[in-house]
Design a binder for this molecule. Structure first.
Ligand SMILES: [Zn+2]
Length: 466
């Protein structure tokens, strides 16, 4: 017996059409009009949208002071069926081994959505670089390096980024960078704190737009010299997005994503009184409204490919975790929860407000992230043969984002009080119903690793022989 999702309006990144979907086991096995329902369970989706389960290519669990996978069912309630998590390499542990250990220690039997993993080089040395070519054997084909965070273990100098770019392309591993100029930020931070400017509102001043744009440009130059693709994570502003766009138009394989909060929030959130601004401290910081507006244009025009949540629910939330920086903004643990809200914010403030089409919504939230992560078309599309990760979406729901509905484990919602139009009425993960109308109804800990294939989307131009 299979499952037939009947008569929904199927939205993909390219199309919209009315059809039935037949699921057997974990996959979609047929799509068509008036499929024979005999012997199958039928879910009526008349008047509803049906789109692929969200793929959030950028989340953090069990790292950077964040909560772990015991809270990951929040993703499913928000319609996201696959998350892309960044695995921090502990110093002294091999890059590939860091993936194996992380999976064993934090994921197996705990993760609830499916997941694809990215590496993080935190122990830059020849062994780590050599290990890049072994990453696809453990299902990982993207590795991130941090240009920011001077004096912290995450910081990686240009030498290692350049070496990673050269090595990564030998095995089709996409190099991702967190692009911010570490030295400039270090100088500005110390100066602001010395001047007694310690409140969250000064956080943005310590990491100006141009310190991000400079690092973005430098990373792209390094990729150009290495003749390798590059993916810039969490782009926040017009200048950086233009640098990526122009490099791409010049023929380089330069790509980037932005995140929900850079589309929804601005530097005014950081200026909220009574330390409230700390809730919105994340790296890079929130930017002025003009940059926020530009981010919508950038995704709409395809200058930035996708929208991740950069979900990072800090342990202890606002009441304890964020308090570490009460006297010094640079000590506020960066990050905020967002995996549950990403699709709703993109739908309500993107689709419903007329900023993006429904197709673009699916493209930036589901399809393109799957392509970037090397897990397409298993994930990110409604296609015969794809995993039956399906959202039945009721566009008529009207609500408000509230901590009382949040499963993130935090004590605040990044988008508290924001409108929510539409809700994931039913969410299927590999054919199993896991969430219904904002409630988790599945089984915890049943998420599986999705193996990422090397030479993913960022290698497109290489494949075409351009
Ligand atoms: Zn991140």
């Amino acid at each position: 017996m299979g499952l037939i999702i009947k008569n929904g309006n199927i939205i993909t990144s390219k199309n919209e059409y009315r059809a039935d979907i037949l699921v057997e086991g974990e996959q979609i096995i047929a799509i068509g009009r008036d499929l024979d329902t005999k012997g199958h369970e039928v879910v009526d989706a008349t008047g509803k949208y049906v789109f692929p389960g969200g793929v959030d290519e950028h989340v953090h669990y069990n790292s950077f002071n964040s909560l772990g996978y015991e809270t990951s069912h929040a993703a499913l309630v928000g319609g996201t069926t696959t998350v892309g998590d960044f695995v921090v390499q502990p110093v002294g542990v091999g890059l590939k081994d860091s993936i194996i250990n992380y999976k064993r220690d934090y994921l197996d039997g705990v993760a609830t959505p499916d997941y694809v993993l990215h590496g993080i080089i935190m122990d830059p040395c020849e062994e780590s670089i050599d290990d890049l070519v072994n990453m696809p054997s453990v299902g990982v084909s993207s590795v991130k390096l941090f240009m920011a965070y001077k004096g912290m273990p995450y910081y990686v100098s240009d030498e290692w980024i350049f070496k990673a770019l050269c090595k990564g392309k030998q095995a089709g591993v996409t190099i991702m960078v967190h692009a911010e100029n570490a030295d400039i930020i270090d100088v500005l931070t110390k100066k602001l704190i010395e001047e007694g400017k310690t409140e969250p509102k000064y956080f943005g001043d310590s990491r100006p737009v141009l310190s991000e744009a400079e690092a973005t440009s430098r990373a792209i130059y390094m990729a150009k010299i290495a003749e390798a693709p590059i993916f810039v994570v969490h782009v926040t502003n017009q200048k950086s997005a233009e640098i990526i766009r122009d490099a791409y138009n010049e023929g380089l394989s330069a790509y980037g994503e932005t995140c929900t909060h850079y589309l929804m929030l601005s530097d005014e959130n950081l200026a909220k009184p009574n330390f409230e601004g700390a809730k919105y401290v994340c790296n890079p910081p929130l930017r002025p409204q003009s940059d926020v507006d530009f981010m919508w244009e950038a995704i709409n025009k395809g200058w930035l490919l996708s929208v991740g949540s950069d979900h990072c629910a800090i342990m202890g939330g606002f009441s304890e975790g964020k308090r570490k920086g009460i006297n010094d903004f640079s000590k506020i643990p960066p990050g905020s929860p967002g995996v549950q809200d990403r699709l709703y914010m993109m739908w309500t403030y993107g689709v419903e407000s007329g900023k993006i089409s429904r197709q673009k919504f699916v493209e930036v939230c589901c399809t393109m992230p799957a392509k970037i992560c090397g897990i397409y078309p298993q994930k990110g599309d409604i296609m015969v043969g794809s995993d039956a990760d399906i959202v039945i979406f009721d566009p008529n729901y009207q609500g408000v984002v509230s901590i009382k509905d949040s499963l993130s484990g935090s004590d605040y919602c990044t988008y508290e009080g924001y409108q929510q139009k539409g809700i994931a009425e039913k969410v299927f993960l590999r054919g199993k119903l896991v969430a219904e109308g904002g409630k988790f109804v599945g089984e915890l800990g049943k998420g599986k690793q999705v193996m990422s294939a090397p030479y993913a989307y960022c290698y497109e131009k290489f494949k075409e022989g351009k």
